[in-house]
Design a protein around this ligand. Structure first.
Ligand code: HEM
Length: 502
């Protein structure tokens, strides 16, 4: 009896200690830190466990029909606010709004990407997006040298071809989830950016390469969002989906390695110089950046594969959602299609110069990126030591991010911010917009390396679809946005693509 009692007391002690530890970790510690920031004038948004400022989303969907109502309205209610804070699990997270402080944030070398959630994605991609310091600078330099203006120029025809293929498929049809269709297009375009048509007829376990890669992304996304992961970390996933993800990743990396090796072996550098329509692998070979040993100017085949998968993941959802939402806006405001068509007419061929000169098209894309704000936040960042941004003293371990959505709806900068109005980018009202307020592709050393490709891709997509179709949306469809990894519609956007009458 005495022994059983001792065991029970022991177990109860362990449970109490664990409970005390959890209360300390998730409540007391962040509360103390928030007190430190409150004294410095940081506005306390809320203290809800785990999801920080997105705690408001479900409530706002129910009460306001817009999951981001509070976030969008924040600076109208708190004019001039420079920073606010919430808690994210055990961390305190500060959102920055002031352009000067955002600039310091981007330039501070003691702020790095946070590990949480990212480690699952690192299982199948470990490219520049997760590299820091010198390693990041070195790899980014080699990739940038290959990913230049000529490559973008030579992508115009392949991108047009991809859109033509999809336009044929959806002619006079209803597409139930048009974001998903544009994700397929974006995936295909990144595949061709690197490998031209090498994978056109290729199947892995009866699926195309783009389908296989998209499955991997979904699988990693589900794991990163799972409760097991939130409470127990990566170890809890080891014997389930994680091992399937690791196996598939190993298989497809082997396939990519074979394709790149064959390409290197069969390439004659003199012929390559005169090759029309070079892809990323061609430019990397031509720049002599590929070697068995990585050095200042050379990367290995393994690194290229990591970068390709990183580009694929970074380009798929972002471009797919932006294009899908652009089509949504066009279906709701059909008169905007007419404005864009007028700009297109004035430029005969699809060259990058002509596309750049389509001013209204650029204004429309900017307004989609502002009003929709696909990437409200960056990957979470953390301070690796005590730092100071502006007058704000920041403790090591604090999570930091930029409040893009708040800034995109700040009436100080954008008049009638809730109105979707491309004209605001042309009427001079934004001429004095401070830097760091509208940076849909981020800024600083980690800014989006694919931004010019993304812009040209989105614009070709818009031109091709607007020239071919009128878009019809169910008149009862109500757009409600929520937060997944990006800002996304709760209900898929279904559109009918009606051929234009000649
Ligand atoms: C509308 C489309 C896109 C948007 C809005 C977008 C936005 C962004 C943002 C905000 C970042 C910074 C993330 C952070 O630092 O936490 C980023 C980084 C990045 N993006 Fe994009 N992106 C888009 C399309 C693309 C495409 C098409 C590609 C590739 C073809 C791409 C490749 C990358 C890569 C590799 C990084 C990491 C750069 C680095 O850390 O050095 N993105 N993007």
């Amino acid at each position: 009896m005495g022994l059983i009692l001792q065991i029970i007391i022991f177990i109860l002690t362990i449970i109490s200690l664990l409970a005390l530890y959890l209360v300390y970790k998730f409540y007391v510690k962040p509360k103390i830190l928030m007190g430190f920031y409150e004294k410095q004038g940081v506005k306390n948004l809320c203290f809800y466990p785990f999801i920080g400022k997105y705690s408001f989303v479900s409530r706002d969907i129910m009460l306001k029909g817009d999951g981001f109502y509070s976030i969008k309205d924040f600076l109208a209610q708190n004019p001039g606010c420079k920073y606010s804070m919430t808690n994210l699990a055990e961390f305190v997270c500060i959102q920055l709004y002031d352009p000067d402080i955002i600039k310091e944030f981007y330039n501070c070398k003691h702020i790095v990407k946070h590990k949480f959630g990212v480690e699952i994605f690192q299982e199948f991609m470990n490219g520049i997006v997760f590299a820091e310091g010198e390693e990041h600078t070195r790899k980014r330099k080699i990739i940038s040298q290959a990913f230049h203006y000529q490559l973008l120029q030579s992508m115009i025809s392949p991108l047009s071809e991809i859109y033509d293929e999809f336009i044929d498929k959806v002619k006079d049809k209803k597409v139930d989830d048009c974001i998903s269709m544009f994700q397929d297009i974006s995936g295909e375009s990144v595949l061709r950016l690197f490998f031209s048509k090498s994978f056109k007829d290729y199947k892995y376990r009866n699926k195309t390469m783009t389908e296989t890669l998209s499955d991997l992304i979904n699988c990693a996304g589900q794991m990163a969002k799972s409760t097991e992961y939130a409470f127990l970390g990566k170890g809890a996933l080891r014997f389930g989906k994680l091992s399937t993800l690791q196996k598939t990743t190993k298989d497809i990396k082997k396939i990519f390695k074979e394709v790149i090796t064959n390409r290197i072996d069969s390439t004659n550098l003199d012929d390559l110089k005169h090759k029309q329509r070079k892809d990323m692998i061609d430019y990397l070979i031509e720049n002599q950046g590929i070697d068995k040993i990585e050095s200042e100017n050379k990367i290995t085949i393994e690194t290229i594969i990591e970068e390709f998968i990183t580009f694929y993941v970074a380009g798929l959802d972002t471009t797919g959602h932006t294009l899908g939402m652009a089509m949504y806006y066009l279906s709701v405001y059909p008169e905007l299609s007419e404005e864009i068509k007028a700009t297109i007419k004035s430029q005969a061929d699809l060259t990058s110069e002509n596309i750049k000169n389509m001013k209204y098209l650029q204004a429309f894309v900017n307004e989609v990126l502002r009003h929709y704000t696909i990437a409200d936040q960056l990957f979470m960042r953390t301070a690796t030591q005590d730092i100071q941004l502006g007058n704000l003293k920041i403790k090591k371990g604090t999570v930091l991010n930029v409040g893009n959505l708040e800034n995109h709806f700040d009436p100080k900068y954008f008049k009638d911010p809730h109105q979707f109005n491309p004209q605001r980018w042309l009427d001079g009202s934004l001429d004095k917009l401070p830097p760091y307020i509208f940076n849909p592709f981020s800024a600083g050393k980690n800014n989006c390396i694919g931004q010019h490709f993304a812009q040209i891709n989105i614009k070709i997509g818009l031109i091709k679809f607007i020239q071919s179709f009128d878009f019809e949306i169910d008149p009862n469809y109500k757009l409600i946005l929520t937060f997944q990894f990006l800002i996304e519609p709760v209900q898929p956007i279904a559109l009918t693509f009606k051929s234009k009458k000649l």
